[in-house]
Design a protein around this ligand. Sequence first.
Ligand code: ITT
Length: 199
Amino acid sequence: MKLLIATSNPGKVREFKELLADLPFDVVTPVEAGLTLVVEEDGETYRENAAKKASAYSKASGLVCIGDDSGLEVAVLDGAPGLYSARFSPKPGATDADRRQYLLEKLAGSAKPWKAKFHATVAIGFPDGRVEFTVGECHGEIIDEQRGQNGFGYDPLFLIPELGKTMAELTPSEKNQLSHRARAVINAIPILLSTLGNK
Ligand code: ITT
């Protein structure tokens, strides 16, 4: 059975692909499905936005889809950028590097450690319109130097204190053992497997 990854973010595509590799699905990326969808993320919660993405991809493809809405929440910024993590820079056409730079500008001068967490709400969308959700979180802190080349987004600034490494210093498979997305996908496995029983 085909399972489509419902995201336009190449970093997420890579991670979902590896996280789903051992499951009994034919995992398909949007590129492989010939899909380039732009989904308006105007929801007020991760859940609303995640549902919009999974539903849009499912409607366009007729396949079961898995995607997420995720974000970085920094305690001293009252949980910002949170839901707005992908849009957290006033610069038009901002890149991941611009968003990291902007985050450090916002944090400059505030008391350390800058406690933070990544959140992911995964949505599984079905062709009949049904959507199921799971969540995952990963705790750490933001540091004021960028370290590591792996991952994407805010990973070079996100330190996992127990490991003494940033998310970007982990190998892809190490990140996939502890990330917010990995935890949410693990929680989604029973839902995914149950779809096979219904076929
Ligand atoms: P899709 O909507 O197409 O999935 P997106 O990048 O717009 O792609 P989100 O709206 O969920 O996805 O934005 C989440 C942002 O939070 C993402 O762009 C990163 O800036 C950040 N983020 C989420 N997960 C991350 C991770 O594992 N590592 C680093 N940054 C992450």
